[in-house]
Design a protein around this ligand. Structure first.
Ligand code: G4F
Length: 349
């Protein structure tokens, strides 16, 4: 049929026509983590059917997940096991996949580099292949959790206005290197197979769901315990590194917006501000009325990494203008929210 013959004829809706508000089947890896929790909350509130990929035999996090979100269907599977991912995709028949599963702790990745590569790098390929091999390249939209750790924060590689989607990559840890592989293989599947694959390059995002192994929650939890007389000292690594910190709930909404956009693309999500670990420590202690915070902080050599990312600063202009992405919580609000949560948690014990 020629283009002329089509003039004036209303195109019939195709099975792929996307309606952001229609309930969807959504498969999430890493659902027991911080971002997974925020995302599950948002998707359930929207009326989506949520399937969570959970790894391991008798994983205690599975019970916790089912208690917190009774509506979720848990599928046992592992990013390192391709056949388990094919099975998960067949069960969930997903309109959207969010690949949030990863070895996500940078320090841990230096001690477990091979595992990090298998999960955070090759795991992305396994998941994309599961979509392709089950014939869903036209149906399923795929979100890949890329990271600002791919930039590396080195002097020569530091744009003044902050890293954006065009900045150079120079990862500084096994985690960053694995994530960079995941980022490029995701882009490759978009280009090679026309898949709807979007990568969110997220800068540090925190909150009350954050694990205690990450510096922000370690600080707010420690500060709360010190102010309640439950702990004497806070052991930390380097205080000078700078990070661009935001609130995880805001960033998860940005992930969702990426998959509702009319075309797949890559987006930086960041606050556009950078603060040192020391700034975070000082402000957290100030919230509980402690100004002489240095008396309570000691350096733990075990927390020093073989290579450090000195400074991260992101430029979220593209996500703000294209996706109308906005942040509701600023740096001060984030720290207050976390300290208040940890004070309530520790007081109730
Ligand atoms: O909280 P962190 O462990 O986060 P990091 O390494 O920046 O990575 C986080 O953000 C990335 C996005 O940019 C994610 F991709 C990644 O998955 C993760 O969510 O450490 C932040 C900074 C580092 O410079 C670290 O060396 O804090 C420094 N630090 C100082 N003392 C500490 C500690 N980090 C931890 N985890 N524990 C400490 O005691």
């Amino acid at each position: 049929m020629s283009a002329g013959m089509l003039a004036g004829i209303e195109a019939a809706p195709t099975p792929n026509e996307w309606n952001p508000v229609a309930p969807k089947n959504v498969l999430v890896s890493g659902i027991t983590g911080q971002d997974g929790g925020h995302l599950a909350e948002q998707l359930i509130a929207q009326g989506d059917r949520v399937f969570g990929l959970v790894r391991g035999q008798h994983n205690p996090r599975k019970q916790l997940l089912e208690l917190e979100f009774p509506g979720i269907t848990v599928i046992e599977g592992d990013l390192t096991d391709p056949s388990s991912l094919i099975r998960a995709v067949e069960i969930a028949d997903p309109d959207e996949i969010y690949n949030l599963g990863a070895v996500s702790h940078v320090g841990y990745s230096f001690k477990n580099p091979t595992l990090t590569e298998e999960v955070s790098g090759k795991g992305v390929l396994n998941f994309l292949e599961a979509v392709r091999l089950t014939g869903r390249t036209d149906k399923t939209r795929f979100y890949q959790a890329s990271t600002s750790e791919m930039f590396g924060g080195l002097d020569y590689n530091r744009p003044g206005a902050g890293y954006d989607e065009e900045s150079l990559f120079h990862p500084r840890s096994p985690y960053g290197v694995a994530k960079l592989y995941g980022h490029w293989i995701a882009r490759n599947y978009r280009e090679s197979y026309g898949m709807f694959v979007s990568c969110g390059i997220l800068f540090n995002h925190e909150g009350e769901r954050r694990g205690l192994e990450f510096v922000t929650r370690k600080i707010t939890h420690g500060v709360a315990r010190i102010s309640l007389g439950l702990q004497d000292k806070l052991l930390l690594g380097d205080l000078w590194p700078k990070r661009d910190w935001g609130y995880a709930g805001d960033y998860v909404d940005g992930m969702w917006k990426m998959l509702q956009h009319h075309e797949p693309d890559d987006f930086v999500l960041a606050s556009g501000q950078t603060h040192s670990v020391e700034d975070f420590v000082r402000q957290a202690f100030a919230l509980v009325g402690i100004e002489n915070w240095r008396d309570f902080v000691e350096q733990d050599p075990a927390m020093i990494r073989p290579a450090e990312v000195d400074i991260l600063l992101g430029n979220p202009s593209k996500a703000e203008s294209t996706l109308q992405w906005e942040r509701k919580v600023n740096f001060e609000g984030l720290i207050k929210r976390m300290v208040d949560h940890d004070l309530a948690l520790e007081s109730s014990k």
